[in-house]
Design a protein around this ligand. Sequence first.
Ligand code: HEM
Length: 217
Amino acid sequence: MDSFSTVIRTASHEQHVEAETSTFMSDLLGGRLGVEAYARYTEQLWFVYEALEAEAHRLASDPVAGPFVQPELMRLAALETDLAHLRGPDWRTTLTALPATRAYADRVAECAREWPTGYIAHHYTRYLGDLSGGQIIRDRAEKTWGFARKGDGVRFYVFEEIANPAAFKRGYRELLDRAGTAVDELERQRVVAECKRAFALNTDVFRALGEEFPLSA
Ligand code: HEM
């Protein structure tokens, strides 16, 4: 029988491809968008990480979700540094969530409050992705808009306290496997479904951003 981490990875593979190849992501990675689009995307991430991290201290004592709450993953402070760089010191006054972002952040917050095991699906979808494809996005952002390597503007993608991302990801998959053994089959299936929902929520945000920043064809 496949490990839970493998089940999750396999189940979300198709949607990963969809997110990765979304028009907005392709345009962003292709260097076809201005820094304004990147800043707008970074703003959307702020809402998602605020939802992921605001309740983290409380979730830390949850028997299933607790082990996932790790200080070295926290991204909100890095996002705020990036936003100050991208938007200026008053970035908070102009920060707005797209409706798709609001829906995504609300669902994360709901899981954090009411369903810690479901929260894991959102945790996995973001942080493991940031540690993986996030590094490709950082590289592209540095080259396209001239941010200093691993500097302000792309700090969100820099995990200062994770020296070996490959080893960290292996450890993370073990945490997933352990969480999978702590719950029953029905709950495992619900988590897999939540993970798919998490990817879909990301794709919805990309779609909205794609509409806001269409390439003048
Ligand atoms: C253009 C954008 C993206 C690129 C180029 C990309 C690329 C990658 C790559 C190369 C990996 C494999 C890393 C490994 O095996 O260690 C990966 C894993 C992952 N990505 Fe992405 N990705 C992108 C977007 C996304 C998005 C939008 C999400 C979800 C929000 C996401 C979530 C994940 C997750 C959860 C994993 C871990 C899979 C696992 O091993 O269980 N990625 N990504």
